[in-house]
Write a new protein. Structure first.
Length: 490
């Protein structure tokens, strides 16, 4: 801007009624019309461009928080200022030599109070005044807006919840505890941040404040639904939410619609390379695997011998009930002595015994002792009271898969009544067991559960003597390896 002003002053100084150029290419005087054209076409546009660059550059610096953008702005500004030098490179050689050999135009230098040479020191003060004015009017406004935004987002009391009364609309407020520090790397936080559609670089730039580091939003990290559905799910309990899941596998990296389930399963399982439900097949004994992969983990069928259905959605119960109904229709009323009324399916008994064993430990009936299992003191007392102290539990290793020989007779199906009476289970009550996330043996053991009989099923309850006789018979036939209780002789 200063160079432009001095150039304009020099042009005005050499303005005359005619043009005088001395050898080789020195300008002594220029015709006034030429001076006016040069001022209008060169000096005035350069003055406005300089002022515009000053204003826009200052505003850019005010709103720029990234050092890379500031450097880029400086480089762009330098390029703009060097445009005339770049254009000079491409002018004809003769004209370029003439300009290079031309003497500089003299500045006006007289005895008046103000000289052109005094402008440069004065301009320092002008720039200072402009910076102060710009800082007060623009920077101050930006800082004030940031302060207001901070107060709106983070100021005041934050630790409370509220709800509107459905009838009166009155606001009810309750204080809450100070929340624990959020795990910003969790799926919960990343999916919500992705839905906010913030600029991908903002959070990384503010990593020292938000602690998200090089966070990068993943596509399809959440499920878009209706407002009513969101409100309903807000009130869901864990059980209600589980039972709303469809009975289908939800882990498939090739299906973008299932991406939210896959991201959450990776976090919950700790397996970052997880891509298919088949990769969780060895973890189907866990509720996590059953929740995300109900089909792979056989929540939809009774034929695998699953007993504990924890993690399976109740929507899978319909398929199990349908299988029991099919068996009931096939063997119904054919008679208990029919050769068709046998244990259904195959290779399920070992799985059933393993899961029943784990359930008995969880229910406090058995406890692990080294590599074996023993009766708990609580169950021993309950059993004694239930049989009126006529019998007592034996001190044996109650490991079901070694105690019960599944190769004898119909295996587990022949022991249904014994298991029900000893452990107080009800292995033939399909609906009741499904309601508590357990499978029944009704469809797998139709004879033991009364599906083959034309008469109404009376249940599996036995008296103490009948239960003792059944135990003795089963031991003698080789179904049981040993007796679990004996007559109390004391």
């Amino acid at each position: 801007m200063l160079d432009n002003f001095e150039f304009s002053c020099a042009l005005i100084k050499c303005s005359r009624s005619h043009t005088v150029i001395t050898a080789p290419s020195n300008i002594r005087y220029l015709k006034r019309t030429r001076v006016v054209l040069i001022l209008l076409l060169t000096s005035v546009p350069r003055f406005f461009i300089s002022a515009l660059l000053f204003y826009c550059g200052a505003r850019f610096l005010v709103f720029t928080a990234n050092l890379k953008d500031i450097i880029l702005n400086a480089v762009a500004l330098g390029f703009v200022l060097d445009v005339d030098g770049l254009l000079f490179t491409f002018i004809p050689p003769r004209l370029r030599r003439a300009i290079q050999n031309m003497e500089p135009l003299p500045l006006a230098c007289d005895d008046r109070l103000f000289r052109v040479s005094h402008l440069r020191p004065l301009f320092v003060s002008v720039v200072g005044v402009c910076i102060a004015t710009f800082g007060y009017l623009v920077v101050g406004d930006v800082v004030n807006r940031m302060s207001v935004a901070q107060d709106l987002l983070c100021g005041g009391t934050l630790d409370f919840v509220y709800v509107l009364d459905g009838a009166t609309g009155v606001t009810y407020i309750s204080s809450t505890d100070t929340p624990s520090e959020l795990d910003v790397a969790s799926y919960k936080i990343s999916s919500v941040l992705a839905a906010s559609d913030l600029h991908r670089g903002i959070l990384s730039e503010l990593s020292s404040i938000t602690s998200v580091g090089d966070w990068l939003a993943e596509d399809n990290s959440s499920i878009t639904t209706t407002v009513d559905d969101v409100r309903a799910r807000e009130d869901y309990s864990t059980t209600t939410a589980l039972n709303s899941l469809m009975c289908q596998d939800t882990l498939d990296s090739s299906d973008p619609a299932l991406a939210p389930f896959l991201q959450r399963a990776r976090e919950a399982s700790g397996i970052q390379w997880l891509s298919q439900c088949s990769e969780l097949s060895d973890q189907c004994s866990t509720s996590l695997a059953r929740m995300f992969c109900p089909v792979t983990c056989s929540c939809h069928t009774m034929y695998t011998g699953m007993y504990d259905r924890t993690g399976c959605s109740t929507l899978c119960d319909t398929f199990v009930l349908s299988e029991v109904e099919v068996v009931s229709q096939v063997v119904g009323s054919i008679g208990t002595n029919s050769s068709k009324c046998i244990a259904q399916g195959g290779n399920w008994m070992s799985t059933f015994l393993d899961e029943l064993q784990a359930a008995l430990v969880g229910d406090g009936i058995l406890e692990e002792v080294g590599d074996g299992y023993a009766w708990t003191a609580t169950f021993s007392q309950l059993f004694a009271e239930r049989v009126f102290f006529e019998y007592t539990l034996r001190d044996v290793d109650v490991k079901l898969d070694t105690w019960l020989n599944t190769e004898v007779g119909q295996g587990v199906c022949d022991a249904v009544s014994y298991l029900d009476n000893l452990f107080s289970t009800d292995l033939c009550a399909t609906s009741n067991l499904l309601s508590v996330s357990r499978n029944s043996l009704e469809g797998l053991c139709p004879n033991a559960c009364g599906l083959c009989s034309p008469d109404a099923f009376s249940g599996t309850a036995l008296g103490n003597v009948d239960l003792s006789d059944l135990q003795s018979t089963s031991v003698s036939e080789g179904l049981f390896a040993f007796e679990l209780f004996e007559e109390n002789t004391s």
